[in-house]
Design a protein around this ligand. Structure first.
Ligand SMILES: NC(=O)c1ccc[n+]([C@@H]2O[C@H](COP(=O)([O-])OP(=O)(O)OC[C@H]3O[C@@H](n4cnc5c(N)ncnc54)[C@H](OP(=O)(O)O)[C@@H]3O)[C@@H](O)[C@H]2O)c1
Length: 334
């Protein structure tokens, strides 16, 4: 198969490129060329910016591919543009997200029929819901066959390694320097951390699969992990003891609502989704890569690319930890 990836040098998409090449497919990627890691030499690269819609569509309309995987479609307008760009594609795989379901997330192991609460967030989830709805609607009307993939938290080289309370990377620096890190409510909410290479095997299995047309597919780690377990894995990878200080979620938000907004919008919620929609189509799929190996590879990439923030530039965490210790000391009776 000849597969086009819109994106192709990102975290998930670079792993898809590798998997497609391993399986002997021909790969073309479309991106702006801003990433430091170039794709493998056998990959054809088309340079362009999809937000320049006329040029993006005209460039791709001149080409023929069997399958297209769209990694950077965030709105209905993006999705409409992709369909215009690829009027004759055999299958379009749209990268959506489990954030289409919330927050709030209404159940554990939610399946593809869960309420689309993400449509109310006004941003990321809402845009993905609108893109997915457009794509499925045009397919139902006899248009381009689509597969909607909804990954859970997927990580690997190419993007920061997040922790529970914010989107920064200085927690890795804190661990390395023997400093404690904050956990909200003991880091006890669950996520489904998925190595990008495992997600890639799912994407590639869906490529060219007619049974996947007009299907919504969860690409999620079947085994949920708490954020405390996640922090523990990172500390083990770094070879340092994990020291944590538990802080109530609302105290963190009161300390700095912007800094800790990720807790409210995403990271602080237990998010567990059923893998059944993928297993129905690809019964033998399961993650192969231990989380620790994938975390190690990601930290190695972040270090090599100077992407780990210096914790000295961010004194707030030390201040909150000191205040929590003082408060606990206040109530301590020997
Ligand atoms: N990682 C997760 O936990 C997760 C979970 C659920 C869903 N998702 C979805 O996964 C997708 C991200 O995939 P990824 O990890 O491969 O992406 P990524 O790491 O965000 O990389 C984005 C890719 O798209 C290219 N790109 C960005 N803007 C572009 C533009 N305007 N025109 C052309 N190319 C552009 C980038 O290269 P250049 O910068 O060089 O252009 C890069 O190749 C998103 O749709 C996201 O919603 C991710």
């Amino acid at each position: 198969m000849h597969v086009l990836i819109i994106g192709g040098t990102g975290t998930i998409s670079r792993a898809i490129v590798r998997e497609l090449l391993t399986q002997g497919h021909v790969v073309t990627v479309y991106n702006r060329g801003l990433r430091t890691d170039a794709p493998p030499p056998e990959v054809e690269v088309i340079r362009g910016d999809r937000s320049q819609r006329a040029a993006f569509e005209a460039t791709l309309q001149q080409r023929t591919f069997d399958v297209a995987i769209d990694m950077i479609s965030f709105t209905a307008d993006d999705a409409i543009s992709t369909i215009r760009a690829l009027p004759n594609i055999g299958q379009l795989i749209q990268t959506s997200t489990v954030m289409t379901y919330g927050p709030p997330f209404t159940a554990l192991f939610q399946d593809i029929d869960a309420p689309l609460n993400g449509r109310h967030d006004g941003g990321y989830g809402a845009g993905k819901v609108a893109a997915d709805e457009y794509l499925l609607g045009q397919a139902a009307a006899g248009g381009t066959p689509v597969t909607i993939v909804k990954p859970s938290f997927t990580f690997g080289p190419g993007q920061p390694l997040f922790r529970q309370v914010d989107w920064g990377t200085n927690w890795i620096d804190r661990l390395r320097k023997g400093k404690p890190i904050i956990e909200a409510n003991e880091g006890d909410n669950y996520f489904q951390f998925l190595p990008a290479a495992d997600a890639a095997r799912a994407y590639v299995a869906l490529c060219g699969m007619q049974a996947a047309h007009q299907r919504i597919v969860h690409v999620v780690n079947p085994t949920p992990t708490t954020w405390h377990q996640w922090h523990t894995i990172a500390a083990e990878v770094l070879g340092v003891p994990l020291q944590t200080v538990s802080v109530p979620w609302d105290v963190l938000v009161a300390a700095d609502a912007k800094r800790y907004s990720a807790l409210t919008t995403c990271l602080g919620h237990t998010q567990i989704f059923s893998p059944q929609s993928l297993l129905d189509l690809v019964p033998d799929w399961q993650p192969h890569i231990p989380l620790a190996s994938a975390v190690a590879e990601t930290i190695e990439w972040l270090t090599a690319n100077n992407r780990i923030d210096d914790c000295a530039t961010d004194p707030l965490e030390d201040r909150i930890i000191a205040a929590m210790r003082q408060l606990r000391g206040t109530f301590h009776t020997p």
